[in-house]
Design a protein around this ligand. Structure first.
Ligand code: BGC
Length: 254
């Protein structure tokens, strides 16, 4: 099945048609800057534009940078606070005219990695960390997702919120060298390791493409690997999530 997967990020909104049986992209990837302020209306218009650019009228999956509880946005760290309490899937469906499913961006990136990527067939606990404007996390146990873990917002033992210390946006804003920023990420990953004892840590988001530059600074006992889909995991996973939701609503399937 083909589904348009969209990843709403703090700086860019990316979309591509995804072949859900393989996780491969079936179209080129298009990207539009995230509008500021990132309100429901402005993001809805951008999402609609991406849908039109793909000449798409079928189902759409969106990975969204907020805790999404039963279709309702509950947090808004890097988007406009007016999203809080909004039934985002219904809102985007209405605005675009396409059936839209929405889930947390890191959770859907994790789905892509567990199904077709670095976490495939990995038993035990897998932690996916997406590193971009924010720090997103997805936690799996034997392939099962515990949704909406907002572990980018934990307070580290230096008193700072992890996302404000180790996100890729912090590296860029402070012009940190990769290895110096790598020490910050390592601090975060060791904190996560001591709390969750994962068997594998998968890094996604924009910084995952540069892992070779800071890998020597990572001292966790847990193996740390880049996402197979790198920063495309969110788009791929958004499509997989939408397919899963569609199959659940069709009697006799799934
Ligand atoms: C948000 C998360 C999101 C992450 C990555 C955080 O600020 O709270 O929901 O997964 O950024 O976008």
């Amino acid at each position: 099945m083909q589904i348009l997967g969209i990843d709403v990020g703090g700086t860019g909104i990316k979309g591509a048609i995804v072949e859900t049986s393989t996780g491969e992209l079936a179209s080129e990837r298009l990207r539009i800057e995230t509008p500021r302020p990132a309100t429901p209306e402005s993001i809805g218009i951008t999402v609609k534009e991406l849908i039109q650019q793909h000449r798409w009228s079928g189902p759409v999956g969106i990975g969204f940078p907020a805790a999404i509880q039963h279709g309702v946005a509950r947090t808004a760290a890097n988007i406009d606070p007016s999203f809080i309490g909004l039934p985002v899937a219904d809102y985007f469906s209405l605005q675009t005219g396409c059936p839209v499913q929405v889930a947390n961006d890191a959770d859907v990136a994790g789905l892509a990695e567990m199904r077709f990527g670095a976490g495939r067939d990995v038993a035990g606990v897998v932690l996916i960390v997406t590193i971009g404007t924010g720090l997103g996390t997805a936690l799996f146990s034997d392939g099962h997702l515990l949704p909406n873990t907002e572990l980018g917002h934990v307070i580290l033992d230096n008193g700072l919120e992890a996302e404000r210390y180790a996100a890729d946006a912090v590296r860029a804003a402070k012009k940190l060298k990769w290895k110096d920023w790598g020490d910050r990420l390592n601090h975060y990953l060791i904190t996560m390791e001591n709390l969750f004892w994962p068997d594998l840590i998968v890094l996604g988001g924009s910084a995952s493409k540069k892992l070779h530059k800071y890998a020597p600074r990572i001292t966790t006992h847990t193996p740390v690997v880049p996402a197979r889909f790198l920063n495309q995991a969110g788009m791929v996973g958004a499509a997989l999530y939408a397919e899963e939701m569609l199959s659940r609503s069709r009697p006799g399937i799934g």
